[in-house]
Design a protein around this ligand. Sequence first.
Ligand SMILES: [Zn+2]
Length: 219
Amino acid sequence: MIALANDPTAAAVLDTVPCYPVPPTGGSPAIDELRAAPAGRGIVVGHDGVMLIVRRPWLEADVPIAPSIAVHLPYGSIGATRGHLRCGLIPGDLREAVLDHLRAALPNEAAAFVIWNETTGTFSIDLPEIDRATPSRLVYRTPRLAAGCHLVCDIHSHGTAPAFFSDTDDVDDADTTKIAVVFGNLDAADGPTVAARLCTGGLFVLLPRDPFMGDHHAA
Ligand SMILES: [Zn+2]
């Protein structure tokens, strides 16, 4: 096979985010390997668009990132948008524990992380070191993770204000692959408002619900 780059460093960079055309038959060993990898990121190009494929031990995400290229390509289809938690939904009692923590900090904003241990398959909550907390701004640090542990969910509150992703949140969420969740209206009698999104490589994909088990519905 012809090399994609002569320079070994350039080749290694390309190898970290490979780009594959989709064969007319719809799949290839290279694409299958990317999809099955425990961790990785790549791009596939089809006649109907461009798809980002992201894998983490806890996550499978196939997200279209560009519409079809305006030239005839003899390629197959990129396939369906897909999001799957390899780790499963987060237990509902952790949602309640997080909400208790966020409510206890009122009127200030507060934060919590959900960590997943791939060895034991269990979830835990990590309460971050807070550098500064006010009713409208929170500065906190991401946790140091033990081997085999993954930050699945980065949660912060908007206190009694509604849940949404602010410009500051966009900056904070640009670098990591995680699910970001905001809980708002924490003083509301009919329950908090919630906003959730998958963050990866500077891309944000709004999710229809938060990643916790239970029959609650997103506001
Ligand atoms: Zn926010």
